[in-house]
Design a protein around this ligand. Structure first.
Ligand code: GLU
Length: 322
């Protein structure tokens, strides 16, 4: 009996020592990304892989989650996430407090930019049998708006407002996550997908190869005015031939994906994460085809409206980029 007690106590003590030793040595970080078949998930996964390769030197261990831009920014603000991927329009609005419907808590002054990533065109895919030929034809159809928390959904709401549409103008206004939308399209539960995403994206490949569907041009006076009025939007092109069923270039508008954090996340951690990406930049660019055209000079300045994080600045200065 006594022996057993001593042994149990001894084990418990050894266990807690081992645990506290590990807790002191390791820093766990979480990156907010997007649905598994989008590109954000690949951004977070790729960054985590590069960070985790260097864990023996810096003791940082990285994991990633799946919410989308708005959820990521809110998660960073709440301290649940250390960093995340976010569309440039929502980075701008979060920092400046200019979208109270999306960010009711007002200006997120601690928001910090780390670098920008790939371009994200506002992408509309319609079933070939849906009768949708132009963007205006979406009215009256069954459309996936995207899940609340995604930047894509929030951007579509901005566009809907400018088009004078409400959810009542659609035969069905679905709120599916990006990972569910291709199956819904090809099961004929919806006529079209609207998703702001980098290309090529798994979800768009799935939607255009599992059934007959095509990309729709998004270019009219409302869109042109939106782009003219807001520096974080630009006209964009999705190259013809990238997806089955769409051989011509598709004109639309878009934003940029960016990597953001908070001034509450330690400069040492951001320095190591930034370093892991740029010291292994060729490897990073090969991790997803949407990263192939990235270059360092653009990534540290384009599409960033919040101030750069001091940990990132330290690395950029070391490289002589600033
Ligand atoms: N831009 C989308 C969003 O913020 C996510 C795109 C992706 O998952 O790659 O919700």
């Amino acid at each position: 009996m006594n022996i057993l007690k001593t042994t149990t106590l001894g084990l418990a003590l050894a266990g807690s020592l081992a645990f506290s030793g590990a807790a002191q040595a390791e820093t766990f970080i979480t990156i907010g990304t997007g649905g598994q078949t989008g590109v954000y998930y690949q951004v977070g996964g790729s960054i985590c892989r590069l960070v985790n390769r260097g864990s023996s030197e810096h003791d940082i261990k990285c994991t990633h989650t799946t919410g989308g831009s708005v959820a990521n920014i809110n998660g960073i603000r709440a301290g649940d996430l250390d960093m995340g991927v976010a569309q440039s329009d929502w980075q701008y609005h979060a920092y400046n407090g200019t979208a109270p419907d999306t960010f009711p808590d007002g200006k997120f002054e601690e928001l910090r930019a780390v670098f920008s990533v790939h371009p994200e065109p506002f992408t509309v895919v319609a079933r070939a049998d849906s009768g949708i030929e132009t963007f205006d034809d979406l009215k009256g159809k069954r459309v996936n708006l995207g899940n609340p928390g995604s930047g894509a959904r929030a951007t579509f709401e901005v566009v809907m407002d400018k088009m004078g549409w409400s959810t009542d103008d659609f035969a069905l206004a679905a709120e599916l996550k990006s990972a569910e939308q291709a199956a819904a399209l090809c099961d004929n539960k919806i006529d079209a997908i609207v998703f702001t995403v980098g290309h090529p994206a798994g979800t768009i490949k799935e939607a255009t190869t599992s059934c007959e569907s095509k990309l729709i041009t998004v270019d009219n006076d409302v869109i042109r005015k939106l782009v003219d009025d807001n520096a974080f939007y630009a006209m964009a092109t999705i190259p013809g031939g990238m997806y089955t069923g769409t051989d011509e270039d598709t004109t639309t508008f878009g934003v940029g994906a960016t990597f953001v954090s908070s001034s509450n996340t330690s400069p040492e951690v951001i320095y190591e994460v930034t370093k892991a990406v740029f010291e292994n930049f060729d490897r990073f660019k090969k991790m997803h085809p949407a990263f192939a055209n990235l270059n360092e000079a653009d990534m540290i300045k384009n599409n960033l409206s919040a101030p750069l994080h001091e940990g990132a600045v330290k690395y950029y200065k070391e490289r002589g980029w600033m």
